[in-house]
Write a protein of this length. Sequence first.
Length: 452
Amino acid sequence: MSRESKTVLHRAIGASAIGNAVEWFDYGVYAYLATYIAKSLFPGDGESGMVYTLLGFAVSFLIRPVGGMVWGPLGDRIGRKRVLATTIILMAASTLAVGLIPSFETIGIAAPILLYVLRMIQGLSAGGEYGGAATFMAEYAPDRKRGFYGSFLEVGTLAGFTLGNLVALLLVNVLDDASMNSWGWRIPFMIAGPLGLIGMYLRSRVEETPVFREVDSKDETEEVSGVYRDLATKYLRPVLTLFGLVIALNVVNYSLISYTPTYLGSALGMEKSDALLVPLIGQIAMLCTLPFLGALSDRIGRKPMWMFSCAAMMIAVIPVYHLIGSSLTGAIVGFAILGMLYAPQLATISATFPAMFPTIVRFAGVAIGYNVATSIFGGTAPVINESLISATGDNMIPAYYMLGACAVGLIASFFLIETKGVSLRGTQVPGTPEAIEEQRELGDPIEVVAVK
């Protein structure tokens, strides 16, 4: 690969990852500061306020399928870059606005209403952000290194989460409860504005993906209505396979990473600063290993990584949750163990999911399949866990939920077509005989260069 090609590739990776970082920075600070949001924007200060706050977390996910249905087909019709430029601005602006909502004491019921509206806007934009970013990165990455380069999208995910964690931890340790409840919790949300502008600038410097340009130049892109029809008929198997994989991915993601600080504080009675410290160490360890796991998937394949991760999580999650409930040290070690067992899924999703669909429906296939599963099983995980623990008194509920989800993911992984080293070009499902024949007719691989 030439120096110019590497520069374009690295720029594309940065442009993709920054949007994911903004998205997950928002989810991170919302989850980590949920107790303060509950006291500021909802009436009362009991368990009901926390449940309503976590419901606000879930609301953004319930609207994500609508975002996927809007942005996905549009991205397959007019291009990935234009859609991604829009979604990152909507996402950053709505996150910033959450930090500006007056308290319940000031404007009453309008406070939680505004929160839910802004979370819906955030969910609408996120519905196109992840599918588009994953598609954008996968279509730019070299076929034989798609796992390695794709892992950096998830580095952006954990970087956003970790930054949110660090900011929340800093504020909790520097400010007293009165300051945190009145204005301190708002600071992290206001950071999203500048992050969004940086992301917009990076995306403006990158051209459309070469894979999409090739299809577009031949006028082979689908009409928006045709994308829906094709996903429901021609590509139903990859949609359902993706759905099963995402159930495992996001139940673990939101139960483990997002919900852990709330769980440690409300269910186990841990101090706020300690509850924020527990996931921080594990997230940093995961962040450092993702590129290595992505590169490993380029050698052994995505399917073995998924099967190992789901099976290992099923075996380990219950005993490890007993460890998490034993002490602060046990919680740190336990979170790190589950995080490392989960990391093979996280490291490979950006290489796995886009490769399940052909170019003409790739953005829509990933965006719709991913977001429908996420809205039902992912974003609702914190409020489901919290509600079931309150109803049953059983602190092992998150472990049971993750075990069941990983069982679904393990079954889905059997139906996954292996695509390591396979080209994403053309109008056929990558890895199939039809796609191999089509790519042979297309000739030499595309060189990644900037469009003049």
